[in-house]
Design a protein around this ligand. Structure first.
Ligand SMILES: *Cc1c(COP(=O)(O)O)cnc(C)c1O
Length: 354
């Protein structure tokens, strides 16, 4: 497919103070867009000035949430070059989410080249300060103007870019986690392994209640027994227990995180055993009480690694590693961000310069 680039007449003013950048509030000058029509396939791929879409109020996505997205980042290296981290994995996952939501797949090679071209054109928007990056948000929405419940025949796929600030502005500090025995994020047979907006809409209520009680994130338990750990907020989670790192297996209800995958590889590189198995809330609480649970951390593109300081379940609060950032957590954070920002070598070939 041909990729057209439309002219840009009114470039925006770029943020002056990179120290003030937050997450996902500012968008660059251009976006990638392509359209889908059943029978015709994807067409009209173009990079055009960033701006609002005109959508029919009956558009399927607005009623039945047939929508998927991705999240990855472009990092500025010390030599000024710009790198993506395992972008092909994000596009593969985008297609897995598409299949789950009855949406059309994209051509992986074309979509990656389009994302690279967009980032290349917007290279001046990739910030320079430590910990900053350009967040990339591929999205697909169903656009049929029809209120019947069925997969749409038309779709819009687009990519927008947002310069984001350092996640750990106040330092790399441990978070407080609320283990919910009431709300669940996803159930077997549901859409938990797809990156789709509805999962997030459904999670808001628990997050709000957690925040009102003074917690930073919610830890989700499995929907059937309300016993086994699944994810924390919108991150995967790992536990450093009895000298091994344990994380929940990919069995359909959790997201196959690219940070999770990378961190597990780095842990094995360090000679530490990894176990992907069901881990109960009792095992975690008992591990924390007895000091056998040395560290716990979330993993995801936004935070990279997020150290956990304490868990609260019903009336009990337990600390992990005296509420301090653990040695392994810090080492993993430094290793992975070192690779992403081009400060360390990249033995697994995860970095793709553009
Ligand atoms: C995106 C996401 C993650 C993290 O995936 P990464 O590829 O590591 O960014 C984890 N859990 C959920 C629910 C997510 O949506």
């Amino acid at each position: 497919m041909e990729l057209k680039t439309l002219p840009l007449s009114h470039p925006k003013t770029k943020p002056q103070d990179e120290g003030k950048l937050n997450f996902g509030q500012i968008f660059t000058d251009r976006m990638f867009v392509m359209e889908y029509q059943a029978g015709k396939g994807w067409h009209s791929a173009r990079i055009e000035p960033y701006g609002p879409f005109s959508l029919d109020p009956a558009s399927a996505v607005l009623h039945y949430a047939q929508e998927i997205f991705e999240g990855l980042k472009a990092y500025r290296h010390p030599d000024g070059k710009i790198a993506l981290f395992r972008p092909a994995d994000n596009i593969k996952r985008f297609n897995c989410s598409a299949t789950r939501m009855c949406m059309p797949e994209v051509d992986e090679e074309f979509f990656l080249s389009a994302i690279k071209e967009l980032v290349r054109l917007e290279a001046d928007w990739v910030p320079h300060n430590e910990g900053t990056s350009l967040y990339i948000r591929p999205t697909m929405i169903a656009t049929d103007p029809y209120l019947g419940v069925k997969p749409s025949d038309t779709y819009l796929c687009y990519v927008i870019l947002s310069p984001v600030g350092a996640y750990y502005k106040g330092g790399f500090s441990p978070v407080k986690i609320w283990i919910s025995d009431q709300f669940v994020r996803s159930a077997p047979g549901g859409t938990g392994e797809a990156k789709t907006g509805g999962n997030y809409a459904a999670s808001l209520r628990a997050s709000m209640e957690a925040a009102a009680k003074g917690f930073d994130q919610v830890l989700w338990l499995d929907a059937v027994e309300r016993k086994y750990v699944e994810e924390v907020g919108s991150m995967n989670i790992c536990f450093y227990l009895d000298g091994k790192v344990i994380t929940s297996p990919l069995h359909g209800t959790i997201l196959d995180g690219i940070t999770r995958r990378s961190i597990l590889t780095l842990i094995k590189d360090m000679g530490i055993e990894v176990e992907e198995r069901a881990l109960s809330v009792d095992e975690i609480l008992e591990g924390a009480r007895t000091g056998r649970l040395k560290e716990a951390f979330g993993t995801g593109t936004a935070a990279v690694v997020s150290p956990v300081g304490q868990f609260t379940y019903r009336d009990e609060t337990v600390s992990v590693g005296d509420n301090q950032v653990g040695e392994l957590t810090l080492k993993l954070y430094e290793t992975l961000t070192g690779i992403q920002y081009g400060q360390r070598n990249d033995p697994h070939g995860w970095i793709e310069l553009i």
